[in-house]
Design a binder for this molecule. Structure first.
Ligand SMILES: Nc1ncnc2c1ncn2[C@@H]1O[C@H](COP(=O)(O)OP(=O)(O)OP(=O)(O)O)[C@@H](O)[C@H]1O
Ligand SMILES: [Mg+2]
Length: 239
């Protein structure tokens, strides 16, 4: 089942065109990495998928509904099926970690168990810490835990592993791949870590100067002669 279909998407900020005609699709159960240089347009693309940014040209279908043609009610229904972690993340500063999770459980009407999520994300030692007082990496972990708490059909993660230590990064990827296998949820993420793309992503979209230069499976990219996805990336962006 097709979850996302994007055709000819263009986006400008004032006179500057940032996305110059993107075609993209994601099926249920895909894990897709969006890569490219700083300023290539990755976050802009993800924010459009999240219905947070407007666009004038092209079409974006989410769960079969074109976003520009959707009513406010339909947009609301689409948003209920999505979850995201964008950077920088800020939550109610004066709530403790456990209070935040409990609040979002009610808000999402989530069937998931807060204590299980606390344990899965190794948050027990921080349950009574105010969000404001957490280190950057732990703030990121709490944001991710809350995103998973929504039990979404699609997860959109903008540099989810930036700032995480190797152990937490590994834990997060285990959680992402497990969520993906268990629920068939789709994951679209950006990262500057090409090893993660090679290890965990089914497909890769390389954005360069607002154009999707390559959109293919990691397997086919590697078969085409690159030693690694890192090698592919360096070769492509140096062109
Ligand atoms: N709100 C905005 N108003 C004007 N220009 C913007 C805005 N947001 C982003 N841009 C510009 O659009 C371009 C793409 O930005 P975007 O944040 O999408 O890039 P990115 O690929 O996510 O980069 P990074 O890897 O550094 O996160 C950049 O040139 C940026 O300066
Ligand atoms: Mg970005």
């Amino acid at each position: 089942m097709e979850i996302v279909k994007v055709e000819g998407l263009r986006k400008s900020y004032a006179a500057k065109e940032v996305l110059k005609g993107i075609d993209f699709c994601a099926e249920a159960g895909d894990i897709i990495g969006v890569i490219g240089k700083n300023g290539a347009g990755k976050s802009t693309f993800l924010e459009i998928l999240l219905t947070l940014r407007s666009y004038r040209h092209g079409t974006v279908h989410l769960f079969g509904q074109e976003l520009n043609e959707a009513s406010e009610k339909q947009r609301g229904q689409i948003r209920q099926q999505l979850s995201a972690v964008l950077q920088p993340t800020q939550f109610y500063r004066t709530l403790k970690v456990i209070e935040l999770l409990k609040l979002f459980k009610v808000y999402y009407k989530s069937p998931l168990d807060v204590e299980k999520i606390m344990a899965d994300f190794k948050l027990d030692d921080h349950r009574k810490t105010y969000f404001d007082k957490l280190s950057g990496g732990w703030k990121q972990i709490v944001s991710l835990a809350i995103a998973f708490l929504a039990a979404p059909k699609m997860l959109i993660l903008d540099e989810p592993t930036t700032g995480l230590d190797p152990h937490m990064r590994n834990m997060l990827w285990t959680y992402i791949t497990d969520y993906n296998k268990r629920t068939g949820g789709t994951v679209i993420l950006t990262t500057h870590n090409m090893d993660e793309v090679e290890l965990y992503c089914d497909r890769v979209m390389l954005l360069n100067d607002g154009v999707a230069e390559v959109f293919d499976t990691t397997g086919r990219i590697l078969e085409s002669g690159y030693k690694s996805i890192h090698d592919f990336y360096i070769t492509q962006v140096a062109k």
